[in-house]
Write a protein that binds this ligand. Structure first.
Ligand SMILES: [Zn+2]
Length: 429
């Protein structure tokens, strides 16, 4: 296996510690040394990168990914794509995430049952570039719930992007079937959403026994359950039953916030700010309803989300930056802007949000002991960044400022030849 030595980097290791000068040696897929400059032998048999002026950090991790959302305005448009073309688009997005510095993604639902699974397997076998992926099922929703696009007079065939289920029996069966197909994440939709005016965010749609049924299957198969949960009751139902990834938590009340705090060691919250902010700001340009009444509802969602996330931050709950990208008004590849939203809207420091996007990202991937930190023994998923993200987070949104992207010890984007030198003297001697 090849070795790479990053010399004299400003190391932002993801632990929350202030950056320090370091040499980092990668051998095979892992980081094997992190040392102060001068501590390692002057000649090591490795490709050596001179990192002067650049920051070395863990690759970013997106906790709310939909690789098979295709940057269209409405979910209805996702349905009309044949599965073959849809897989190609899913893989195209996978490469885009890696190009954008995201070396791992936790999926928040696929739009056809096997898209995530097949993409993950192709990436893992090295057949296609992409991030490490926790592959999700399609969303399981109730009849008439968010994502149930059926119409009484039309046969939906196999085109549904969300699977309607009713009662614990059907939810259990859907979850087991997804497990059989190899997903890592089971996705449920227990609440409404502002995008569907007939089913507002405050409405709770799944019942307790339905959530319990999916969680029971997840426990049996060692899978993770992730939930679109905006209403207070939906958040409580999720926590009660063992859902570990809660998206949005828009209207969590005091009791829900207390419950999240009580389970803060085992639960992750991701508000997905970007999809709400861009829905408010830009979606009208793409033909989505944007009357004053609609904008008011979306803004109410946003303001309530901000208040809830500030409370969760104070309570020490792990809140992760990720934005539900994949819509025309919120397209893939801009994911790092959620980090800036955390600073501007939620009061996070740049350091705190980088920890959320790296170290806690490793934890949500179920790999907290080997992913998300630049530390000896961890997987070598790293970015070499032109400048200091702590001084200017927007650097992470600019792909040109990502000088190098490494996943598992292999460069997806290699540094310019001027930064890399070969030192073979030790073996030559
Ligand atoms: Zn989503």
């Amino acid at each position: 296996m090849s070795s790479t030595l990053f010399r004299n980097a400003s190391l932002l290791d993801g632990s929350g510690a202030a950056p320090f000068r370091a040499d980092v040696l990668v051998d095979g897929t892992r980081i094997v040394e992190v040392a102060h400059p001068g501590q390692l032998p002057s000649h090591i048999d490795a490709q050596t990168i001179d990192c002067e002026g650049a920051t070395l950090m863990s690759g970013l991790i997106e906790p709310h990914t939909h690789l098979s959302f295709v940057d269209q305005a409405t979910p209805e448009a996702f349905n009309t794509i044949p599965v073959e073309e849809h897989l190609l688009l899913t893989l195209k997005h996978a490469k885009l995430y890696l190009d954008s510095g995201y070396t791992a993604c936790f999926s928040a639902a696929a739009t056809k049952p096997r898209l995530d699974v097949v993409a993950r397997n192709a990436i893992d076998r090295g057949e296609h570039p992409g991030p490490r992926l926790r592959a999700a099922s399609v969303q399981f929703t109730v009849t008439g719930g968010v994502g149930d696009l059926r119409q009484m007079h039309l046969d939906p065939g196999e085109a549904m992007f969300t699977l309607p289920c009713d009662g614990p029996f059907e939810f259990r069966r859907a979850a087991r079937e997804a497990c059989r197909e190899g997903v890592d994440v089971l996705k449920i939709v227990p609440s409404g959403d502002t995008s569907t005016p007939a089913l507002p965010s405050l409405r709770t749609l799944m019942s307790d026994d339905e959530v319990a049924a999916v969680c029971e299957v997840a426990r049996a198969h060692q899978k993770v359950v992730a939930a679109h949960a905006r209403s207070a009751e939906s958040v409580k139902m999720c926590v009660r039953n063992g859902v570990s990834v809660i998206y949005h938590a828009t209207y969590a009340d005091e009791e829900a916030l207390d419950m999240l705090e009580a389970h803060k060691d085992s639960i992750f919250v991701a508000p997905a700010l970007s999809v709400t902010i861009t829905r408010l700001r830009d979606a009208g340009k793409f033909g989505l309803p944007s009357s004053d009444a609609m904008k008011k509802r979306v803004d109410t969602d946003l303001q309530s989300t901000i208040a809830c996330m500030k409370s969760l931050k104070r309570r020490g709950v792990k809140v992760l930056p990720g934005g539900d990208y994949g819509f025309k008004w919120n397209p893939h590849g801009n994911n790092a802007r959620d980090l800036t939203y955390f600073v501007e809207l939620l009061g996070y420091t740049p350091m705190e949000v980088i920890v959320g996007a790296t170290r806690w990202g490793g934890e949500i991937m179920g790999m907290g002991d080997e992913l998300g930190l630049v530390r000896k023994g961890f997987l070598a998923d790293m970015l070499l960044v032109d400048g200091d993200p702590l001084a200017d987070l927007s650097i992470l949104e600019d792909r040109n400022r990502l000088l190098a992207i490494m996943k598992g010890g292999v460069f997806h984007k290699a540094p310019e030849p001027g930064m890399a030198m070969k030192h073979r003297l030790r073996t030559a001697a």
